[in-house]
Design a protein around this ligand. Structure first.
Ligand SMILES: [Mg+2]
Length: 294
């Protein structure tokens, strides 16, 4: 081999060795992190003007309806089986869920994506304790509007009761109306009512024992009523009787990031490996042949 041939070969070999042992090369050779299915949903929630407009639209529409509701003594937003006899004479109240209804947690969800982690109760509790939640557009204005018209504001959340103090502190700091025990977390003891899992039934009933509930707000079907059959079909069926209340007594906020709608797609079996959950979710998506069958 001539010297002319050897020089380029040696140079190529040196380049290859340099490439193989440089930190950037090592990173480049790692398999790319698996795409996170949450990315688009979190990006929409965190950055899009459309997200903010939908929230404002819903809360503004609710303000208009609230005045109408105040003047109608038979107006009650509790499911029929959760009402207390004689509610017509009670003082008015509204019930709002907290997460993704009043306060937004998309920064927490964004961190999960960036750190390649999944949701866990402990990391979410740590996030709540930092009290860095942000009010969702329109929520503060609506709750203040309601309070200024003599309407009590209750927050029924499936955050554990042990987080009530942090949650209340956050809401107070942000200026949300808080009167008495306004935050009812999961685990609140209610005499005479049997708690079913994480259902909000008993806590709604508790409010309904003393108040006429004019409106409910939430991002999950279970924020409005008891949903025992958490399947796509069961959820649709449960809501059927109350369709006319949507946008009138019940106000549903969008949450594409997580929720019982998603759990319903994998039989509520969150503990199974993520890859299996994903496969089950995919099975619910239509093929071209059955795209119109929903
Ligand atoms: Mg929620």
């Amino acid at each position: 081999m001539s010297i002319k041939t050897l020089v380029p070969v040696a140079a190529a070999a040196l380049l290859a060795v340099t490439f193989l042992f440089s930190p950037n090369a090592a990173a480049a050779q790692k398999p790319a992190a698996r795409p996170n299915d949450l990315l688009d949903a979190v990006a929409w929630t965190e950055t899009s003007v459309e997200h903010n407009l939908v929230f404002r639209e819903i809360y503004r529409a609710a303000e208009g309806k609230l005045l109408e509701a105040l003047h109608d003594k038979h107006w009650d937003a509790l499911p029929y089986n959760e009402r207390t006899r004689g509610y017509e004479a009670f003082k008015p109240a509204v019930i709002l869920d907290i997460d993704e209804t009043v306060l937004g947690n998309s920064p927490y969800e964004a961190r999960l994506i960036k750190e390649h982690k999944e949701y866990s109760g402990s990391s979410f509790a740590a996030w709540i304790r930092q009290e860095r939640d942000r009010p969702l557009p329109g929520a503060l204005a609506f709750t203040k509007f309601a309070a200024s018209h003599g309407v009590r504001v209750f927050y029924i959340t499936n955050r554990g009761k042990f987080l009530d103090k942090a949650t209340t502190g956050d809401l107070r700091k942000l200026g949300f109306p808080l009167q008495g025990h306004a935050v009812l977390g999961l685990g609140t003891y209610i005499k005479g009512c049997i708690q079913l899992g994480s259902q909000k039934t008993c806590r709604r009933e508790l409010v309904g024992r003393r108040y006429r509930v004019l409106m409910e707000f939430g991002d999950q079907a279970g924020d409005f009523m008891t949903v025992l059959d958490n399947t796509p079909r069961g959820r649709r069926k449960a809501m059927e009787h109350y369709r006319s209340w949507i946008g009138e007594r019940w106000f549903v906020l969008p949450n594409p990031m997580y929720g019982s709608w998603l759990n319903a797609l994998f039989h509520n079996y969150w503990e199974q490996p993520a890859v299996r959950r994903r496969r089950e979710i995919l099975d619910h998506l239509p093929t071209n042949q059955k795209a119109d069958s929903k």
